[in-house]
Ligand binder design. Structure first.
Ligand code: UDP
Length: 410
């Protein structure tokens, strides 16, 4: 610490931050961890990200970037398992992690955990290591249960989240709404929660010439409405399919749904059946998961990117679309209303009602400036959201928490 360099144990045990994006458990949180680790490493801090080993071909230690490593811990079968099953291996993961750090002579200044499963682990370590613990929930079980889609989140998650919110030294929330929810559902103390919005990789997400992007993807003559994300009922893709029916049989209108892998097959099939039932199957393309490096082409080819979600932790996709110069129509969830400028770079709606979505999509499709003229100003609207700024805010928070911790211990 004397040089100002921080050694950070980052915990992401259930989800690999470098896993293929667009799968069931690899989305915004994975992007957040890898981008933050990279930015921290560039600033000279040391980051070790602990993950449950899930692929037998992985080395135990993988160098990710300057000063950032991925460390695999063996607990349970070395394959992908459901995140709730990871819960039953938390005690094993704790033993593995402690013996790895002991063997390697590693000591950290602080713990930064992601999601309640890693938060559980972080709670144990904060006591045995005597270091502060900063956590991010990414989603809250209690909030998911109030939305009431899919299976209920188990009581053990709700209990673990409540205990974590009280015990950790800081919670970083992505939005004011998440902070309110933490106070409302888990009695978190307002002083322990700090709101820091998420970021976007401004080097990767850059506008590509629309014509070139469309030709490259084979969408030459179509007007593209784009969805990007994990294929999950919470994402409201069915609402967007219904919105397509209100847009009618406009010539060359195509909905492209990006995301989903073998682990989301059942939900993709449900959506495909719905598009047949709605008789729009010829105007919908399910493109599957796309590497992030290819996404600027998709965003740039699109006339509008739609986020019809019932819930978002933040909504990175909105930032990415705007950074590529593409307007967004979104339900007012997550951090989206602080990202999209109403009537300027898109529309934020009070919910994901199909008619409302269709109305605003139609407004954007017929907007005379929905072309290259608005690309640069749309991108300019999100230039303050680079990951560098997020990392600076997080480092400031680390230092505050460490200062408080030391003062408290002394
Ligand atoms: N993503 C991707 N390829 C896909 C689908 C999604 O790279 O096929 C990425 C996307 O670029 C974004 C992230 O996954 O960075 C999804 O984050 P978001 O915050 O929108 O949703 P979450 O996963 O948190 O629900």
């Amino acid at each position: 610490m004397a040089t100002g360099q921080l050694k950070i144990a980052m915990l992401s045990v259930h989800s690999c931050p470098v896993g293929r994006l667009g799968r069931r458990d690899t989305g915004g949180m994975s992007v957040y961890i890898r981008e933050l680790a990279r930015e921290l490493g560039r600033r000279g801090h040391l980051v070790d990200i602990y993950v449950r080993a899930h692929d037998p071909t992985d080395d135990q230690i993988v160098e990710l970037d300057e000063n950032a490593r991925l460390i695999h811990l063996e607990a349970g079968e070395v394959e992908d398992i459901h995140k709730l099953v990871v819960y039953s291996y938390l005690a094993d993961l704790l033993c593995e992690l402690e013996s790895f750090t002991e063997r390697s002579g590693l000591q950290y200044d602080l713990i930064h955990s992601h999601y309640w499963l890693s938060g559980w682990l972080g709670r144990c370590l904060q006591h045995s290591w005597n270091v502060p613990h900063i956590t991010m929930f990414h989603t809250l079980g209690a909030v998911k249960n109030t939305i009431g889609m899919g299976e209920d989140e188990p009581e053990l998650r709700i209990r673990a989240e409540r205990e974590l919110a009280k015990d950790c030294h800081r919670v970083i929330a992505a939005t004011e709404k998440e902070k309110e929810d933490l106070i409302r559902y888990y009695d978190a103390s307002p002083d322990t929660v700090r709101v820091i919005p998420c970021g976007v990789n401004l080097d990767l997400f850059q506008p590509v010439d629309k014509g070139i992007a469309r030709r490259q993807l084979g969408f030459d003559n179509d007007s593209i409405i784009l969805f990007v994300g994990r294929i999950d009922p919470l994402k409201g893709i069915d609402r967007l399919l219904m919105a397509m029916t209100y847009l009618g049989k406009r010539q060359g209108l195509r909905l492209v749904v990006v995301g989903g892998d073998d682990d989301s097959e059942a939900e993709v099939e449900r959506l495909q059946r719905l598009s047949h039932k709605l008789r729009i199957q010829d105007s919908v393309t399910f493109a599957g998961a796309v590497e992030q490096e290819q996404l600027p082409c998709y965003y740039s080819a699109a006339h509008v990117c739609v986020i019809p979600s019932y819930h978002e932790s933040f909504g990175l996709v909105a930032l990415e679309a705007l950074a590529c110069g593409t307007p967004v129509v979104a339900a007012g969830v997550g951090g989206i209303e602080n990202v999209v400028r109403q009537g300027e770079t898109g529309y934020v709606l009070k919910d994901n009602a199909p008619l409302r979505l269709a109305d605003r999509i139609a407004a954007l499709l017929s907007r005379p400036d929905n072309g290259t003229r608005s690309v640069s100003s749309t991108r300019a609207s999100v230039l303050g959201f680079g990951w560098a700024n997020v990392a600076e805010a997080i480092i400031e928070e680390y230092k505050l928490v460490l200062g408080d911790y030391v003062a408290h211990v002394c």
